[in-house]
Write a protein that binds this ligand. Structure first.
Ligand code: TNX
Length: 459
């Protein structure tokens, strides 16, 4: 039985769902003085303040299991540890190893990006990914909602974005677009699991799908046509026209209503057909629009070429240009680390792997694990790092099973880089534990790559 009174009930319900058969949840408060019956898992929000927003304490012994946290997110993280400690058994809830743990995250931002623009993924696919993020204690889902190949969030004041921009993707598939109700469902499902959804509208480049929907926004002599290819960098919003900013305002205003007080990622990467002057002009006008609607800006590292407002977050990705990220920090920004040669889940595992990109590296699970955020960039000290984020671009990823096989086993590696302090991380221990996780993935029906670096148990 799981005892989860009051505000612990939600985490209790999620534990019961995660453990499956044989679990019931009692949400009544225990009678003072009486200990829980043997075999009970007790969840309580009475943990000390030092556990912060996300930490938890877990003890399990023959007498039962006690999970305590100071905040609900901490309880939920403890629930994941418990799920991982349970050896799944077909009929019952299984056995739990005896442990005493006090566990807090190293970084506050532990994320994954999914590109739903190159290929569209249904709401259900996104919810299943949130389940996986939750299992690995990640707390940010960044959705890349627009690119040259498609526009994926309906904007009421600009209906052609969904109608025209939503009708294409890479290759010959039908594309797709989330209604605002769909998007809110994703945000609510994520919030229930203490995952923040960060929407990205890529600007001023990567905007062909928007320009197809509203050709009047395109530059002189440009006649946008739907694009289903892979190479990008040819499109741009026009920096010196007022209607560009009316458009940005419409989009940002409607997004702000969906994620009030949250983040807006405004892309800014690879604006290869925007002049440096126009790029600076554009961001100089777009950043205040984001702030005016109460959102915090995030951008790919290229945005560090322009002055940034306090509180801006810069996402480091292009390992060929580390100096930009260091410049961002000198200008007061903090970094989200997504080095493409470590955490780009669209990179092939090895040269023979059939799916994905390889411009940055081949990334096997050890590459995703064996790196140190504090040492990645010259001149960037630990306190400038807000966190880490894995990224899955989907030029070649078309179905849920392909999301899974690119994500597992590399996502748990990145998750541990984001969660655990350096002194407790070590590859040989990790690869042992990872082998055990395959039992969970098999039980959940998830596809994964059986990397030769891990001593998997026979299937
Ligand atoms: C670079 S990473 C891009 C994306 C591609 C990705 C493929 C970034 C900010 N831009 O447009 O999808 O490489 O790996």
């Amino acid at each position: 039985m799981i005892r989860a009174p009051g505000a612990a009930a939600e985490a209790g319900a999620q534990l019961a769902a995660g453990l499956g058969a044989g679990c019931s949840v009692d949400t009544t408060s225990p009678t003072p003085g009486s200990g829980p019956p043997a075999g009970t898992i007790s969840l309580a929000l009475d943990g000390p303040g030092e556990l912060g927003d996300e930490g938890y304490e877990l003890t399990s012994s023959a007498a039962g299991v006690l999970l305590r946290a100071h905040q609900p997110a901490g309880l939920l993280h403890g629930v994941q540890t418990l799920r991982q400690l349970v050896v799944p058994a077909p009929e019952a809830a299984g056995e739990i190893a005896g442990v005493t743990i006090r566990d807090l995250p190293r970084y506050a931002w532990r994320g994954m990006m999914l590109d739903v623009a190159r290929h569209f993924f249904a709401v259900d696919d996104v919810l299943r990914l949130i389940d996986l993020l939750t299992f690995y204690k990640l707390n940010v889902l960044h959705l890349h909602l627009s690119d040259d190949q498609g526009w994926r969030l309906a904007i009421s004041s600009r209906p052609a974005l969904a109608e025209a921009g939503g009708s294409t993707q890479v290759g010959d598939g039908p594309g797709g677009c989330y209604s605002q109700a769909d998007f809110s469902r994703i945000v609510a499902y994520a919030a229930q699991r203490h995952v923040t959804v960060v929407p990205e509208i890529d600007m001023p480049g990567h905007t062909n799908a928007a320009l197809v929907a509203y050709p009047a926004l395109a530059g002189e002599g440009v006649e946008p046509v739907p694009y289903r290819g892979v190479e990008v960098g040819f499109s741009s919003l026009v920096a010196d026209r007022p209607d560009t900013y009316a458009f940005v305002d419409d989009v940002v205003r409607e997004i702000a209503a969906l994620v009030p007080g949250g983040y807006l990622h405004l892309g800014g990467d690879e604006a290869l057909s925007t002049s440096a002057q126009d790029y600076a002009t554009f961001l100089g006008r777009a950043l205040p629009i984001v702030a005016a609607h109460g959102l915090r800006p995030v951008g790919w590292q290229e945005i560090a070429r322009v002055p940034l407002p306090p509180g801006a977050l810069v996402q480091y990705w292009d390992v060929r240009e580390p100096a930009l990220a260091a410049a961002a920090v000198r200008n007061g920004a903090r970094l989200i680390l997504s080095p493409a040669d470590r955490v780009y889940l669209d990179m092939k595992y090895d040269p023979d792997w059939p799916l994905g990109n390889d411009w940055a590296a081949h990334i096997d699970v050890r590459d995703a694990y064996d790196w140190e955020p504090d040492e990645l960039l010259d001149g960037v000290s630990g306190d400038a790092v807000a966190g880490v984020e894995a990224a899955l671009w989907t030029e070649f990823v078309t179905r849920r099973e392909e999301i899974e096989v690119m994500t597992l086993p590399r996502l748990p590696a990145v998750a541990e880089v984001g969660w655990s302090p350096r002194d407790v991380r070590d590859w040989s221990g990790f690869r042992e534990r990872l082998a055990g996780h395959a039992t969970h993935w098999d039980a959940l029906g998830l596809a994964y790559y059986r990397s030769a670096q891990v001593g998997w148990k026979p299937q």
